[in-house]
Design a protein around this ligand. Structure first.
Ligand SMILES: [Zn+2]
Length: 265
């Protein structure tokens, strides 16, 4: 009995330590530690990179121009001084060659993926910077592992820690299709503006994706977006944040952006 009590108390201490986290992180209980985020992200990235049939990742050695361009945007975001885990997380970028996907996602620990379909859909660099900043925020606020804690519970963490390969496969698919809560999406949108506020970009660039979707009558809303909050609310939130913060950037870098699109296969 004594042993059970001590095991339980260790578990609760673990829970309390983890649930405190950094006050800058997003809300919601998280069973995963920061180290778990890094390890899980690394394994998810390995799973994606070793499965080109399902995830046709563009070779960074053969697509130097496109990757240099994306890393340049990434660096501006990381150098905003606003990213909590700037030095701890990988912040590795990969482009997935699928023109039909209007999507981007970021695995825990900063493994960012963006589809060619999304890059080609957008019209300007500030819009892409807004999306990348939003995805970086999901990882930086550790939203994925919070959401997984909520959806899958403690068993997923135990299976992951036990090195269950099948579980990594399922988690990879889960992370790509993960639906965040309304508060996590709102938090990532606000962070996107905060990250871009010190750059020359229009800081609410992230709104442009939703504005284009709305202008087209919302018909092409990808499934991952057909959830709350509504595009209209998100657009308003982006612009309000930029006004409240007094962000002065207004550059779209449209010409430069066309060069990125032209550099893609
Ligand atoms: Zn999101």
């Amino acid at each position: 009995m004594k042993k059970i009590v001590s095991i339980l108390s260790v578990f609760f201490v673990f829970v309390i330590i983890n649930s405190c986290g950094s006050s800058k992180e997003g809300g919601g209980f998280n069973l995963f530690s920061v180290e778990d985020d890094k390890e899980l992200g690394k394994q998810v990235a390995q799973e994606i990179d070793s499965n080109p049939a399902e995830y046709p990742v563009l070779d960074s050695a053969k697509n130097v121009q496109a990757y240099t361009y994306l890393y340049d945007i990434r660096n501006r975001i990381l150098n905003s001084g606003q990213v909590n885990y700037k030095d701890e997380f990988a912040w590795r970028l990969r482009i997935i060659h699928d023109d039909n996907q209007l999507n981007a996602f970021c695995a825990p620990g900063g493994y960012i993926y963006v589809y060619t379909g999304l890059i080609k859909y957008l019209d300007s660099e500030d819009a892409l910077a807004g999306v990348l900043a939003h995805e970086i925020a999901h990882a930086d606020y550790r939203h994925s592992t919070r959401q997984m804690t909520k959806v899958y519970g403690v068993q997923v963490l135990l299976d992951f820690l036990a090195g269950d390969r099948q579980m990594i496969k399922e988690l990879t698919a889960g992370i790509i299709g993960l639906r965040f809560s309304r508060s996590h999406e709102t938090e990532a949108d606000a962070a996107s503006v905060r990250y871009l506020c010190g750059t020359d970009y229009y800081a609410a660039g992230g709104a442009k994706f939703f504005e284009k979707i709305e202008a087209e009558g919302g018909a092409s809303v990808p499934e991952w977006l057909s959830t709350h909050p509504s595009p209209g609310n998100r657009i308003e939130n982006f612009h309000d944040q930029a006004i409240e913060r007094g962000c002065g950037g207004n550059q779209e870098h449209k010409e430069r952006y066309q060069k990125l699109i032209n550099a893609l296969p």
